[in-house]
Design a protein around this ligand. Structure first.
Ligand code: APR
Length: 208
């Protein structure tokens, strides 16, 4: 993996609504629901930090389908240097294979990329990154979309997230930096394993 791409991805543990100032995040991705009218988890934290004008604004948007994303001002978060919020709606995990045959609850054995949820989660990342390009975002912070209330298996989600973030950064200068903001050390280990495995594979491929 070209070293410059991996250096543009920062993995941190913390509250995504309060990113470290030194990373100069100017856009935060929200793990929203289709109403865009707020909720718990990431959604709750971002609405609390952005203030009531965000909810007022989102009432005018007519919601957002799963797998898509909408960009809004950051309202009260602008004082922290955040210019935009991107609200994306991740899939709820059911584990159904692309044949529609349901796996057992929590069964994520279907190979990566061939469940309906995999495709929708990938779309969340690509839609958000396209909006970053369109709005000249410098540094975007992503949460681990769908891995909380929506129960998407964490390692599976991390592989999808990292694969699409890396793929985008390898082809685009914008955003310059992507912050993956997880909420626990355990989740950070899941992501770091995915990053290390991909880096080792790419290094092996270059040496072959
Ligand atoms: N900062 C960073 N990460 C967080 C935060 C936070 N403040 N709060 C929770 N997380 C983590 C969770 O631990 C999980 O790993 O973000 C990931 C996504 O969890 P959720 O916020 O529950 O999002 P999701 O699984 O996509 O479910 C979305 O939950 O809050 C509602 O309105 C939201 O209906 C929507 C659903």
């Amino acid at each position: 993996m070209p070293q410059d791409v991996i250096e543009r991805i920062h993995l941190i543990v913390g509250d995504i609504s309060d990113p470290p100032a030194e990373l100069r995040v100017d856009c935060i991705v929200n793990a929203a629901n289709e109403s865009l009218l707020g909720g718990g988890g990431v959604d709750g934290a971002i609405h609390r930090a952005a203030g009531p004008r965000l909810l007022e604004h989102n009432r005018t948007l007519g919601g957002c389908p799963t797998g898509l994303a909408k960009i809004t001002p950051a309202f009260d978060l602008e004082s922290a240097g955040i210019r935009h919020l991107i609200h994306t709606v991740g899939p709820v995990w059911s584990g159904k294979r692309d044949t529609g045959v349901p796996g057992a609850p929590g069964d994520d054995s279907a190979s990566l990329g061939n469940t309906h949820e995999d495709v929708l989660l990938a779309s969340c990342y690509t839609q958000c990154l396209s909006l970053c390009v369109k709005h000249a975002v410098r540094c975007v912070a992503f949460p681990a979309i769908s891995t909380g209330v929506y129960r998407f298996p964490k390692q599976r989600a991390a592989k999808i997230a990292f694969g699409h973030i890396h793929g985008h950064l390898a082809r685009h200068d914008t955003p310059h930096r992507v912050v993956i903001c997880v909420y626990s050390e355990e989740d950070a280990r899941v992501y770091q394993d995915v990053i290390d495995t991909r880096a080792a594979w790419m290094l092996g491929r270059r040496r072959a």
